[in-house]
Design a protein around this ligand. Sequence first.
Ligand code: FAE
Length: 493
Amino acid sequence: ASVPALVTGTGYGGAVTALRLAQAGVSVEMVEMGRSWDTPGSDGKVFSSLLSPDHRAYWLRTRTKQPLSNFLGFPIDRNVTPYTGVLDAEEFSGITIYQGRGVGGGSLANGGMAVTPRQSRFSQILPTVNAAEMYATYYPRANATLGVNHVDQTWWEQSAYYKYARVGRKHAQRSGLEFVMVPNVYDFEYMKKEQAGTAPKSALLPEVIYGNNAGKRDLSKTYLAQAKATGKVRISALHEVVDVRPAAGGYTVTIREINTSGQTVATKTVTAAKVFFAAGSVGTSKLLVKLRATGALPGLNDEVGRGWGDNGNIMVGRANHMWDATGAKQSSMPTGGIDHWDVGGAFAEVAPIPAGIETYASLYLAITKNPNRARFTYNAATGRVDLDWTTAMKQPAITMAKSIFDKINKKEGTIYRTDLFGPAKTWGDTFTYHPLGGAVLDKATDNHGRLKGYAGLYVMDGSLIPGNTTVNPFVTITALAERNIERIVATDF
Ligand code: FAE
């Protein structure tokens, strides 16, 4: 078989690529290692619940690995049957990298926070990209196509489900810190109906990270739905790209078909004139590093594998006084954050603690300016790709997060919670939700994502971004892909 364009992965970068190629008349073959999340399980729901995760929650694990691993000091993980579930907790040295798996990539698992960075900070993210163009054209295009919306402020001010967020705002403001509302791709009008009892609950159940059974505009409802509607895009789920090498007419792509237990059921090859890597920062980096080392693509340059960062992710909980209850009811969709970036190097979103009971705690996921970067390398002895990250590399993130939370604790007379991430452990410093980098723009690729050394190979996902976006990353990944594919369609087809 021979195809004009093959896209590896169906997350943000892949979905943008497929839609814009198809609209330009190009037939697109999309290859996705995860399943298509469109069929309900025996409980009538497509996705597993958040509070009692089952096999659908995790990618091929025998035991769950929940980001909040403990509660009141007790571990809460449980055994599950290995299955091609929606959230991968992929373990590297010193860090667990959470990623979405399935048709829609990270959009299936994530919290939907759709944040455009401040333009004044854009040059810190992508110094070689024309910021004026991004803010005039590509960010607006990404936000519109993703279906980004703002919560109705009047509703938010009174909803019991956002009490935790209002407590977070109060504490920020009492310490003189700036609190900002942030948009989301979750349909806030739908959420109002959930509260009113006129629609099945998802965010208010709460559901997130193992999938939302309603309400969230994940990519299968936006970019991928539009792409399919062109009639020019085919998606093969439970298919993993394992090899790409030059061949007459383009590249030979080897694909492993798996079942929901992760076993190989077939191996296929296809020739593609052009191959787009959109397997996510980790997926794309692992593939390219291995292909360079094993001789399939030896001409990839030394930048491939470098520049990986965790977007400065760090999590922490604070104990509140009895009069600052955060509520047993909490919406899973975060709506606000504390912007202390310019002063302290941290942007901290006020996150829910979806325990279903009053916890008297506030939880935060901070994005910090942590400058540490790691590198992916191929390990010939194990046949795997390693990442040289260490837990100590999170220390700058802790220092930056403390610029916010030491201040709040001092003002409120409160302390950090030490029961959420392990016994007597304050900081959630062993994981990230926001892997970025590994095939950085204008280094591993040219300034539009064309891989150096190989005409017809492209990188389209979060690997292009050098480790940090100052905010949650998917709007920037989407907008950058919009910018790059417009140029590629115009000049390479
Ligand atoms: P991604 O969406 O990861 O898509 C890559 C796709 O490629 C996946 O579907 C993979 O299964 C697939 N794949 C990988 N390897 C292969 C292969 N060899 N062959 C075939 N397919 C393959 O990449 N970001 C925000 O902006 N706001 C949030 O609120 C937010 N919350 C998050 C919460 C959680 C729990 C997680 C895990 C992430 C969150 N993120 C959030 C991060 C966001 O989802 C992530 O940055 C993007 O999904 C990355 O987009 P990419 O296109 O780079």
